[in-house]
Ligand binder design. Sequence first.
Ligand code: HSE
Length: 399
Amino acid sequence: MTNVAILGFGVVGSGVAKLITDNKNEVSKLGGDDINIKYILDLRDFPSSPFADKVIHDFDTILNDPEIDTVMEVMGGSHPAYEYTMALLKAGKNVITSNKEVVANFGDEFLLTAKERGVSYRFEAAVGGGIPVLSPIINCIGQNKVLEVRGILNGTTNYILTEMFTKGKSFASALSDAQEKGYAERNPDADVLGTDACRKIAILTALVSGKLIPTDSIHTEGIVNIRESDVAAAEAFGCTIKLVGRGIVGEDKPLALVSPFLIPKDMPLSQVAGVYNAVEVIAEPLGNVMFYGQGAGAGATASAVVGDLMQVMCSGTHCHAPVFTKFADVIDSAALTSCFYLAFDKNDREKVSAVFEGAKTVENGTEIAVLTAAMSGKEISEKLSANSLSPLSRIRCIF
Ligand code: HSE
């Protein structure tokens, strides 16, 4: 019998307890042992839950119980998740988490401590929810030279953008619909401003480059400024708009950013709709590989957490990602070369045609939209400024 504890009994924690209980046979078979949820730590009581008798309020009970050798931290947030995780690893216990914030901020420290103590620290559920993506990147792709990892990493924003494109909704109306359906939080800032995707691309970039970029060094733009006229222009150019996290490995320094991108409709990433996530790895000699599935939700996220538990039970200690280190000396995202979508007031038509001669344009109500040739962010800023042009929108493209 393997005794485990769960820290946090919210959506993910209750999903983990339910999966371990409902799929008892599958879990025992794969893990090679029965699992007993001995403790669930939460501030609250859950008298009507079938797990009510497991709920405790004192973390030290778990820390000091020698029968507990693996703990699943599904509380979210940096604190006290950081302190609990560090204490557990130092006490020689394996830790599994779905908490992208704590991994993005402190994953380097946890992995080093786990290595030193001979235990596991695993975080499959922190990126892409139920999609098995981190384990394949570590275990199946590591022999390749990874050039880039990129993806649609936030289901809420992808739902909002999908509604804007397929139903003609404004950002505000699609957001309120996402809130009504329970996808977006009442305070949706972490999703719509790109913070959640930023944490996830920090983790993915660390896995493929060995360098954990502090999230405040990652250029992060959300989707709040995407207008209905941008959607119409993107459609006219045969594209959709997606919030994409990109981690480009580079020779010495990585480059990571999160921002909306125009993507042609024949590229696989553009087909990822609704709350679904996708992660694409571009590597040599492998080529492009894409992982696709449900990036959030109790069942999907619990699947990834319990999948990590199975790995710990089957593979023993030292079963985690290679150690990565904090690295803030990154390439400025303005150096990234891409085509740009720019929207201007129609009154600027003549100037726009002269400055972007030969570029594809569409006229769209009171606006004129352009797809530029490939250039860096710095070059486009200089060009616009030299010609006193102020675009209404400026969005990079992935072609
Ligand atoms: N808020 C996140 C999303 C949840 O919408 O994708 C999963 O990390």
